[in-house]
Ligand binder design. Structure first.
Ligand SMILES: C[S@@+](CC[C@H](N)C(=O)[O-])C[C@H]1O[C@@H](n2cnc3c(N)ncnc32)[C@H](O)[C@@H]1O
Ligand SMILES: *[C@@H]1O[C@H](CO)[C@@H](O)[C@H](O)[C@H]1NC(C)=O
Ligand SMILES: [Zn+2]
Length: 451
């Protein structure tokens, strides 16, 4: 996204602006901050605003402002005189996180992307029975973000690591399967085999766990382009151990990337018909049982996912558990390769996961902030030109190698809490590494089965 932003930005700021370079940079830095906070829609609006009144507005700003136009505070400091009248910045009533010139509010309300998106989403909610706002999250208690206390944090790191060593005596089992059905061609033609190696091992594990022959509806969570689903279908088509039958694929992603494999998937199959349905939704709003029931041939559900980031894994676990409350929903199993544990949200963990972290590590809401930061260290690694012993000036006193180890422990603790939660709900669950770390640093996965 950024390159486009930059290009647009350059063409915009090419208009002569009476202001020194440094203060303009301040505005632009704030500008980027604004882009990431309010999103794209507001940004486009902002550019238009910037274009139409760049000279007038910029000279009205305090030179040391750290705000972009979207985030100009309300009030007189940011007012200007137009046709003898004073206009000020007022919050957009549709989304008070951005502000608008008061005289343009009427026009803005007609074009504000926030409104268009909101209305479209509301219309989707009433149109699609499977789309239910916050279906897979619990009522959230407000999280206070207190500033980090580094002495506390460092002490927690030591406590955590001691408890970890007491609790887990061995590393995760490493089990890479070089499954080949449906993947041979690609294995041979590609120079970069990292993705296909991962897909092969994950599909192999699904075959091993009888998840391939047991399903009728294959659901890929956080599917992106749907490449994993495509190769899963190919495996079903070509593995002599599989029974030919009709299949349904349900693709779930909140984004809709370009170059999707949806059409290819439908065309390629050889044994039985394939029906592909894509639902563009956040997993948090997905009523899976209803989605499956609305398919032409609802049946046993097998879930799979490669690199389902942070909260999305926890949302999916709750999504599957919620679906199981529907007596018609038949759940077979779920294989998920996790990633980005640093982006997990304490509130969105399953209750049992929170209890597990509390009991074994004394981790509550505050400590979870530490834990998720530690999880980053697992993949931040030793970069070229650095040694494993570098970085000991870190507040923890740990060098890079030690921090990587702590990071892996943090990651494992989060995953073990997920396994525990699923077991408490009567499912079988286990963790293992499905490829070596040089294929992917995010190399652990969780296999869940309905027994
Ligand atoms: C790291 S990418 C992996 C994409 C693909 N599975 C692969 O292996 O190439 C994660 C995907 O999950 C999607 N995603 C993340 N959080 C989600 C959520 N809460 N609901 C729906 N999709 C989500 C993202 O849009 C993205 O496509
Ligand atoms: C509404 O649903 C359509 C069809 O699935 C989708 O393309 C669109 O992005 C959705 N809009 C929003 C705001 O979620
Ligand atoms: Zn607005």
């Amino acid at each position: 996204m950024l390159p486009i932003v930059q290009r647009r930005l350059q063409s915009t700021v090419a208009t002569p602006v009476k202001r020194s370079n440094t203060s303009l940079r301040g505005v632009l830095l704030g500008f980027f901050a604004g882009v990431s906070i309010t999103g794209f829609g507001a940004y486009y609006y902002l550019l238009d605003e910037y274009k139409s009144s760049s000279n007038a507005v910029v000279s009205d700003l305090r030179t040391d402002t750290q705000y972009c136009y979207n985030h100009l505070p309300q009030g007189e400091l940011f007012s200007k005189t137009k046709n003898g009248k004073t206009v000020t910045r007022v919050p957009c009533p549709l989304d008070p996180s951005h502000t608008v010139w008061s005289d343009k509010l009427g026009r803005h309300l007609k074009t504000c992307n926030t409104l268009r998106k909101k209305l479209e989403f509301e219309s989707n909610v009433s149109k699609f029975p499977w789309l239910v706002v916050d279906f897979n999250v619990q009522a959230e208690s407000a999280l206070e973000n207190s500033p980090l206390d580094y002495a506390e944090f460092a002490a927690f790191v030591r406590r955590f690591s001691d408890a970890f060593k007491q609790l887990y005596s061995a590393d995760l089992e490493m089990s890479q399967i070089d499954y080949k059905y449906g993947l041979e061609e690609r294995m041979n033609e590609l120079s970069n085999r990292k993705h296909v190696t991962q897909q092969a091992s994950l599909i192999g594990h699904m075959a091993h766990a009888n998840l391939l022959s047991d399903g009728a509806v294959y659901v890929e969570f956080g599917c992106g382009r749907g490449e994993f689903a495509r190769y899963l279908l190919r495996a079903l088509d070509t593995d002599p151990g599989m029974v030919a039958g009709d299949k349904q694929v349900l693709l779930i992603d909140r984004q809709s990337p370009r170059m999707k494999f949806d059409t290819k998937m439908k065309e390629e199959h050889a044994r039985g018909a394939v029906c592909v349905t894509r639902l563009k939704t956040d997993i948090k709003d997905l009523d899976l049982a209803t989605a499956v029931r609305s398919l032409e041939n609802p049946g046993k559900v097998v879930g799979f996912s490669k690199h389902l980031c942070g909260t999305a894994t926890d949302l999916t676990l709750r999504c599957l558990l919620n679906a199981q409350r529907d007596p018609e929903f038949q759940f077979s199993g779920f294989l998920v390769a996790m990633c980005c544990r640093h982006a997990c949200k304490y509130n969105w963990l399953l209750e049992e996961s929170r209890a597990y972290l509390k009991e074994n590590f004394g981790i509550g809401q505050q400590e979870f902030v530490y834990l998720s930061k530690m999880a980053c260290w697992a993949t931040s690694g030793v970069r070229p030109g650095m040694s494993e012993n570098d970085g000991a000036d870190h507040f923890t006193g740990l060098n890079l190698k030690q921090r990587t180890e702590i990071g892996l422990q943090a990651r494992r603790a989060i995953d073990e809490s997920r396994v525990y939660a699923m077991q408490q709900r009567g499912l079988s669950a286990k963790l293992f590494n499905y490829v070596s770390p040089d294929v992917s640093m995010e190399n652990s996965c969780m296999l869940i089965k309905n027994i």
